[in-house]
Design a protein around this ligand. Structure first.
Ligand code: C5P
Length: 236
């Protein structure tokens, strides 16, 4: 059973950009305003492990969102390599299956980052799911993927705000719930389909919120992050 979240500020800002100087400037600007930073495929592909090391060196916890999905042996190697970068969290696609997820847990060892399974991208809606050959509503698929993650020993899952309540009902506190797709009433949705305001997602039981463009596309990202935090019930 996980202990209470060690992150007093539940907002992790997704630094989705390809240049390290810009990413570092954003990381510095957000210090004290967010609980951590998320490094995803765009920044990782453009700047590599050195980019991650530079962001980690800024001092905020880093969520390394590589969404690993390959055969078990390859994912195990990638997890070992990723863990040397000292992220606080690392993602894998739950759809990679039980053997892949178990290999990741074993490769990460005991002093590991939170290993989080991506259940279903928040950019996918029911029609997209059907087009990939998966029958049933997104919630059913997310619960099935979360079941797999829990059985394989992962620490938690990534889910849309709309699946927080059913996941909490099913798993209680046994899984961390890390939630992207956060949008306020005035925010552009962009490519996200299953969205919700931050305060509502926390009230439903999210452990951490991943927020990208509502912060990074603002004229003043630090001010946007502080305003978001001020609107949250858990804000100090
Ligand atoms: O800009 P926005 O707030 O939409 O950013 C959301 C972030 O969360 C992106 O970095 C995206 O890669 C990530 N994410 C997601 N849906 C998932 C898993 C991760 O949107 N299921």
């Amino acid at each position: 059973m996980p202990t209470p979240s060690p992150f007093a500020n539940p907002i992790f800002c997704a630094i989705d950009r390809p240049d390290l100087p810009g990413a570092l400037a954003l990381a510095r600007a957000l210090e004290g305003a967010v609980g951590g930073l998320k490094v995803g495929l765009e920044l990782f592909t453009a700047t590599g492990p050195d980019g991650v090391r530079a962001i980690v060196a800024q001092g905020l916890p880093v969520f390394l969102d590589l969404k690993l999905h390959d055969i078990p042996n390859t994912v195990a190697g990638a997890v070992r390599a990723a863990c040397t970068l000292r992220p606080a969290m690392l993602t894998l696609h739950a759809a990679g299956g039980a053997a892949m997820l178990r290999a990741a847990v074993e490769a990460a060892g005991p002093e590991r980052p939170w290993l989080l399974g991506v259940t279903l991208l928040t950019s996918l809606g029911p029609a997209d799911l059907a087009a990939t050959g998966i029958a049933g509503p997104p919630e059913q698929h997310v619960l099935r993927m979360a079941e797999l993650c829990a059985a394989c020993g992962l620490d938690g899952v990534i889910c849309s705000p709309h699946e927080i309540a059913p996941l909490r009902r099913r798993f209680g506190a046994a899984l961390r719930l890390v939630v992207p797709g956060i949008r306020g009433a005035g925010d552009a949705r962009g490519d996200q389909q299953r969205t919700m305001p931050a305060a509502d997602a926390l009230a439903l039981g999210a452990d951490l919120l991943v927020v990208g463009r509502p912060i990074t596309a603002a004229a003043d990202p630090r001010a946007a992050a502080i305003a978001l935090l001020a609107g949250l019930p858990r804000a100090a």
